[in-house]
Design a binder for this molecule. Sequence first.
Ligand SMILES: [Ca+2]
Ligand SMILES: [Ca+2]
Length: 174
Amino acid sequence: MIKNGCGGTGDYIWVEIRGCTEYPIPIPGIPATDFWINACDQARQLALCATPIIADSITGANGRTTFSGVLRAGGCALSGGIWIAVQGKVIKGPYPHCISNICLPIVIKSQDMTGAGGKPDGIVNLSDLIPFGTSYNKNQGAPGYSACCDYNDDNRCNLSDYAYFGTHYQHRCQ
Ligand SMILES: [Ca+2]
Ligand SMILES: [Ca+2]
């Protein structure tokens, strides 16, 4: 849940949607389901579920909305951040040129680490347990350790992380 993303209970992502013209005008009334995300790192593309992110409301008269709910996706993106797209267009900046994707500094870690073709596939099953097992009982810096398996961010992959892994075992994207 994004609302817990920074360790609190009321965290959120805030966006203001404007056209990118000389005098950009806020765009109200964008439906909550018209948004999309992915990792800015091309090598770490996420396995997105059907509605990977849903806004908390339609955009207001000022073009604004927030996101505080769940990110529905598999994969692991430790660096590079994520972009958000609206109606098929990635939100760009910096204003006024707006030529680069805005990459929010968010770290994604999910239990779906791999799958067919060696990429996350939206399913958490036995194939994902293999990379988890490789990293299990290892600390940051040890050979085989992967920060993707450290769900509670204590630089260790151990039983507490396995508990997180288990919460979505055999689950799949819908
Ligand atoms: Ca998988
Ligand atoms: Ca850990």
